[in-house]
Design a binder for this molecule. Structure first.
Ligand SMILES: [Zn+2]
Length: 549
C-alpha cells in the first residue's frame, strides 16, 4: 500500500541541521533510538544501513576464504582468567543464579581459541581464519557519540591460526588487502596507518581511519614518503637537533635484568612516548617499571645498589642540548665503565612540522581521524596461554600463531554518517544508503508515481508524512541522505526529474550520457544539476548515476 503511515516517520527538522550532532541527527531522522547512555535501538532505516555495511564486509570476508561463525555473547570467567583479561575494568560482568561469573564478550580471542582447539589438530588444518559479525559489549564509563562509542555494538571480528610466524604475517598482509577492498567498496576516503614498524614478534598492526576534524585520534602523514601513522607510533626528528634549552623531564625505569637504571631525558614541554623509547632500547625494559613512579623505581634500584655491578643508561632525546636545564642526577656515585649514554633518539610524540623518522626527508602533517578498523598479528599471546597446539609433520606439538582483525560495524555506520553529512543532513554513499532512490510526488500525481514504480527495479523510499508537500518530501529525502530523489509532477510528465544528493566519486556517467541520452530520452541541465528522463527509462538512468555515487 502506498503512502501508508510509516511507523518510524522521521521528525521534521526545523532548526539549523549543522548544529545537530550526528548521533542526534540519526535519532531525529528515525535511524536509531537511544534507550539509555551508550545503548541504542535500531529502527528500520538504520537497520537497512547497518545491514548494507555488514553485507559489504561479509562478501569480502567470504571471498578471502574466511569461515563465518557466530559465538555466544556469554563467556565464562575461567577462560578470561587463563589470559589475564578478567581484571579488565571495561568487561561487562554478570553472575548466574548459582553465582557463577560470566562476561558479555567485548572480543572473542579466548572463546575462538577454545573453539578452534577442538577442530585444529594437525599442521594440515592450517592456516585457517574464522570470523563473525555479532554484538559485543563494553562497560564504558563515559559512552560518547552514540554509535561511535557505545556499550553495545555490532562488530566483525576475525581470527586466524597458523603454523609459524611467516604464515601469520602473510595472512596479516592478505587481510589488510581485504580491508582495503572493504573500505573501497564503502566509498568513503580512508587511510591505513602503520601502527608499528613490524618486526616479527613485535606488535605488528595496522589501523584504518577516516580523516575528519571531529575524530578523537591524531594521525601524521609524511609529505614525502606519504606514510601515515598514529601519533602513538609516529617517530619524528626536530628540524634542527639539540636546540632545546628549557626544562628537562626524566622518566626512570629498569632494564629486564633489573641491574641497570635507565634514565630517559626529554623536553618538559613534550609528551613522553614509551613506544619510541622501547624502540630506542630494543625493548630492554622491565615492563612493571613502566607504570611505576620515578621514586618507586629509584628506591627499588638503590635497595641493593652496587656501583661495581649496577649500570646506568641515559637516553637523551635528540632535541636536548647540554645546556638544557637537567634535573639533578639521583645517584651520588657510579663507575664510568658502567655508564652508557644514547644520543640522537627521539622519545617524545611527534608534532606537526617535524621531520618524518621513516624517510628523514618529509615534514609531518597532522590530521584528526576516526578509527574504523584494526588488524593485528598476535603471535602466541592467546594460543600460548590457552595451550592451543597442533601436531607438526615430525609429530611434535607446536603452539599456533594467531592474528585478529576487527571492524566496528555499528561504529562504521556512525563514522560514515559523521564524515559525509552536511548542512542538509545525512549524505550516504550509495553502497550503504538504506534506499538508493526516493519517489517524491504529491497526492495529485499518485497514478503517475505508481507508473514510475513499475519501471523501477530498485525499492524506492516513499514513506513520507502523508500531508507533506512535494517540496517537503524532496527536502526530507535529501536530509535522510538518499542518493537520488526522483520527482514526479504534472508539469514535466511523462518525464520525471532526478536530483542527486550523494557526492560523485567519479564521473563515468558523463560518457554514458553522451552515448545514450537520445535513446534514454535523458536531458541534463548543468546549471541546476538536475536530470530529466522519460518515466520508462528512469531505472536505466538511476543505475548509471548510482555507479558513481
Ligand atoms: Zn617520510
Amino acid at each position: 500500500m502506498l503512502f501508508r503511515r510509516f511507523l518510524f516517520t522521521p521528525s521534521k527538522i526545523t532548526n539549523d541541521i549543522l548544529q545537530i550532532p550526528t548521533h542526534e541527527l540519526l535519532q531525529q531522522l528515525g535511524y536509531v533510538k537511544q534507550a539509555s547512555s551508550g545503548i541504542l535501538h535500531w529502527l528500520p532505516l538504520g537497520l537497512k544501513t547497518l545491514r548494507n555495511v555488514e553485507g559489504i564486509i561479509r562478501r569480502r570476508m567470504n571471498e578471502s576464504g574466511a569461515h563465518e561463525v557466530s559465538l555466544s555473547s556469554l563467556s565464562q570467567r575461567s577462560l578470561w582468567e587463563t589470559t589475564g583479561r578478567w581484571s579488565n575494568t571495561e568487561l561487562f560482568k554478570l553472575k548466574d543464579a548459582k553465582k557463577k561469573d560470566y562476561c558479555l564478550v567485548p572480543t572473542c580471542e579466548e572463546e575462538i581459541t577454545w573453539l578452534m582447539k577442538h577442530y585444529l589438530t594437525s599442521h594440515k588444518d592450517l592456516p585457517t581464519i574464522a570470523y563473525q559479525i555479532t554484538r559485543k559489549y563494553r562497560d564504558e564509563l563515559r559512552p560518547r557519540g552514540g554509535l561511535l562509542r557505545g556499550r553495545e555494538f555490532l562488530m566483525k571480528d576475525a581470527y586466524s591460526f597458523h603454523l609459524n610466524s611467516d604464515d601469520a604475517v602473510s595472512t596479516f598482509e592478505n587481510m589488510n588487502a581485504t580491508y582495503d577492498k572493504i573500505f573501497s567498496d564503502i566509498g568513503v576516503p580512508f587511510v591505513s596507518a602503520v601502527a608499528d614498524s613490524g618486526d616479527i614478534g613485535g606488535d605488528l598492526s595496522k589501523e584504518y581511519h577516516f580523516i575528519h576534524e571531529s575524530g578523537e585520534d591524531t594521525l601524521y602523514q609524511c609529505s614525502s614518503c606519504k606514510a601515515v601513522s598514529n601519533v602513538e607510533k609516529c617517530g619524528s626528528y626536530p628540524q634542527e637537533s639539540n636546540q632545546y634549552l628549557g626544562d628537562v623531564s626524566v622518566k626512570y625505569a629498569l632494564n629486564q635484568d633489573n641491574d641497570t637504571l635507565v634514565c630517559l631525558y626529554y623536553p618538559a614541554n613534550r609528551q613522553f612516548s614509551w613506544n619510541l623509547a622501547l624502540e630506542a632500547l630494543d625493548n630492554d625494559i622491565e615492563p612493571k617499571t613502566k607504570e611505576m613512579t620515578n621514586e618507586a623505581v629509584l628506591s627499588k634500584f638503590t635497595e641493593d645498589y652496587d656501583p661495581i655491578f649496577n649500570g646506568i643508561t641515559r637516553v637523551m632525546d635528540v632535541r636536548l642540548n647540554s645546556r638544557s636545564n637537567f634535573p639533578d642526577f639521583p645517584l651520588k656515585s657510579y663507575l664510568k665503565n658502567n655508564f652508557a649514554q644514547l644520543n640522537d633518539y627521539s622519545i617524545v610524540d611527534a608534532e606537526e612540522g617535524e621531520i618524518c623518522a621513516s624517510c628523514e626527508e618529509g615534514e609531518l602533517e597532522s590530521a584528526k581521524s576516526i578509527e574504523v578498523g584494526h588488524t593485528f598479528y598476535l603471535g602466541k599471546k592467546y594460543s600460548q596461554a590457552m595451550n592451543a597446539t597442533v601436531r607438526q609433520q615430525d609429530n611434535s606439538d607446536v603452539v599456533m600463531e594467531m592474528g585478529c582483525y576487527g571492524i566496528g560495524v555499528s561504529r562504521l555506520v556512525g563514522a560514515i554518517a559523521q564524515v559525509t553529512r552536511d548542512e542538509k543532513g545525512l549524505k550516504w554513499p550509495s553502497s550503504v544508503s538504506p534506499y538508493k532512490v526516493s519517489l517524491c510526488a504529491n497526492e495529485k500525481s499518485l497514478e503517475q508515481l505508481e507508473e514510475v514504480r513499475t519501471h523501477l527495479q530498485l525499492e524506492p523510499f516513499t514513506q513520507f508524512d502523508a500531508k507533506a508537500t512535494i517540496g517537503a518530501r524532496i527536502q526530507q529525502s535529501h536530509s535522510l541522505g538518499i542518493p537520488i530523489a526522483i520527482i514526479v509532477g504534472p508539469k514535466s510528465w511523462p518525464n520525471v526529474e532526478m536530483e542527486v544528493r550523494a557526492d560523485f566519486k567519479s564521473n563515468n556517467w558523463e560518457t554514458d550520457y553522451k552515448k545514450l541520452h537520445t535513446e534514454l530520452k535523458w536531458e541534463y541541465n548543468p546549471e541546476s544539476q538536475k536530470h530529466f528522463v522519460h518515466n520508462t527509462k528512469v531505472n536505466d538512468v538511476a543505475n548509471i548515476l548510482l555507479k558513481d555515487l
